[in-house]
Structures are given as C-alpha cells and as structure tokens.
Design a protein around this ligand. Sequence first.
Ligand code: F6R
Ligand code: ZN
Length: 193
Amino acid sequence: MQDGPFTISIALPGGIPSQYDHHIVRTLSSMRGQYADQGSYEAMLAREDVVLYEVYEIHRPEVPGELLHGVSIVHPGKVGDEYFMTKGHFHAVLETAEVYYCLQGEGMMVMETPEGEWAVEELRPGKVLYIPPRWAHRSVNTGREKDLVMFFTYPAYAGHDYGTIERQGFRKLVVERDSQPCIVDNPRWRAGE
Ligand code: F6R
Ligand code: ZN
C-alpha cells in the first residue's frame, strides 16, 4: 500500500486500472435468487457459469478519513430479459455515501432506501452519480456490446451488507422490452422482517 499521494491510470476503452490490490470476479452462480426469470437463470447456469462483472479495488485502511476506490466493469448480457447487473448492497455503516463516475458504456443505477424510496439513474460516459447515505445500489449494464465501466469511491470503513438484498431483492428491475431498457416492479420483492 502506498504511503503518500499516488496516481493510477484507467486506460480506455477497457477500464482496467494500471495498479490495484484486489480483483473480484462475480459469476452467475453468485446471483442465485436475484434474477426474476429463474428458469432462464438455471438453464444459462447449466451451460456456463459466465462472468457478470469484475471489480478492481485499491486497498486502503478501513478507518474514518480513508477513501476506498477502484473500477467496476459490468459485462453486457441478459438472463431472460433482465440485464447483467451487480449483486447490490447497502453499506454496513448505512450513513455513508458513494460517488460513481461513468467512463464507458450504457447503464442504470437502481437504488432504494430502507424506508421504501427508490430511484433509477441513467449512466453514460461523463456522468457523475452521487449516492447519498442510506441508499442501496446496484449497477445494470443496458448496453448491447460494451462493458459498463465506472470509477467509484466511498468511505473505507463503510463495509457491505449484501444479506438484506439477497433476502428481499430490489423493488425495481431493469428489463428489456421492445428492444429498450424498461424499469418494472420486482414481482418477487418482499419487505424485510
Ligand atoms: C462499493 C461499491 C462498488 C461495488 C461494485 C460491485 O461500495 O458500491 O465498488 O462493490 O460495483 O457491486 P457489489 O459490491 O454489489 O457486488
Ligand atoms: Zn457501495
């Protein structure tokens, strides 16, 4: 880990940073129960455990004052008519925000709060998305061919709560209808106990 100031480069197209400490690769099998069309999910998984997205992370100490940052790359594709997406999470320290800067591709960020508010923001190269404290977030690649590449940064002590989304899902899904991305209610969403 670097002691003083440092820079990294994010080469485009592609988005793989010039240096990183962790490379996280998430495949279809880690998303069981998250896609609405379970039949398509199982059929696809039986063929291949495809890579849905990758995260390149610069490690920083998980203490107040430090910022974790890196690059997330969501590959293009669909499970049934639902686009490839990240697992999505609340931050374990709920009162922490995050900033995403879209570098390449087309997508949407699906967000919601424990209180039931929801929002979806379009992601395009050059757009900066501010996710306030309390908002769970999931990135979705709505592009046909290109990776969705984003720089992100958030407080290093935030941590991740994946369990809540694994249990209840997001209230909204992004699916393809008439060749266009469309936001629909998640029929399987269920309120937390
Ligand atoms: C960190 C963050 C991103 C995501 C990445 C992968 O708080 O929001 O770095 O971790 O986009 O998504 P998840 O973590 O939901 O698998
Ligand atoms: Zn986050």
